[in-house]
Write a protein that binds this ligand. Structure first.
Ligand code: PEP
Length: 229
């Protein structure tokens, strides 16, 4: 299983360092085959010691240059960051990141050999329109994305389940992941209100190879509990 923590705009540089120091200790007894990933805010990127991978939540597809407010490859290379989240719904929805831009980022970081967690997910009105509508919406988010990329991980995160405390049902996750499995052979993560209370149920679903966790990952005890369950 893959356990990925997305801090979003939470934690500082010092609280991230304290968190990761603690995480390294608490996950020492984890199953050897499980992988842990943490995506802190850009200001907290650094080299950290522990059995986890630190990745970037976002970066602009440039080595460096005139892109005010963004970070590029150079700022990630400084800390040997080789993993990135691309396509998160908050970037698509709040920051207006188009499929074209998402695909451009994907190609750039693929060319540079990054491991990519590529996020997809539908809004509530699409979910309410039924399974076929969900599939069409999600498959459209694969436009311009090389699904055969060997360092790809796909994260399915229904937008209506993110940060709402309302996870998708086991049935909805199972059927959506089965549909995604017909398109990709890479690991499939589920994200959307994953927490200690539902982790066992979610990780037991067919075609779920891991989870991407927001809110419930902010506390190191809570995230560790999910990993060790
Ligand atoms: C996320 O946005 O990646 C996420 C899964 O958030 P939460 O766990 O808070 O729903």
């Amino acid at each position: 299983m893959i356990f990925a923590a997305n801090f979003k705009t939470n934690h500082t540089r010092s609280s991230t360092a304290a968190y990761l120091k603690q995480l390294a200790k608490t996950i020492a007894p984890k199953r050897a085959e499980d992988r842990v990933m943490v995506f802190p805010p850009a200001t907290a990127l650094d080299r950290y010691e522990g059995d986890f991978t630190v990745g970037a939540q976002n970066a602009y597809p440039v080595q460096n240059g005139a892109v005010t407010g963004e970070i590029g490859l150079e700022q990630l290379e400084e800390f040997d960051i080789r993993t990135i989240l691309i396509g998160h719904s908050e970037r698509r929805e709040l920051l207006g990141e188009s499929q074209e831009m998402v695909a451009k980022k994907f190609s750039f970081f693929k060319e540079h050999g990054f491991e990519i967690i590529y996020c997809i997910g539908e809004p509530l009105e699409v979910r309410e329109a039924g399974e076929e509508a969900v599939k069409a919406y999600l498959f459209a988010q694969f436009e311009g994305i090389d699904l055969s990329y060997e360092k790809l991980i796909v994260a399915y995160e229904p937008i209506w389940a993110i940060g709402t405390g309302r996870s998708a049902t086991t049935e909805a996750i199972a059927s959506t992941h089965a549909a995604l499995r017909s398109k990709v052979t890479v690991p499939l993560l589920y994200g959307g209100s994953v927490k200690p209370a539902n982790i066992t149920e979610i990780t037991a679903i067919d075609n779920v190879d891991g989870v991407l966790v927001g809110s419930a990952s902010l506390d190191v005890e809570s995230f560790s509990e999910m990993i060790l369950k």
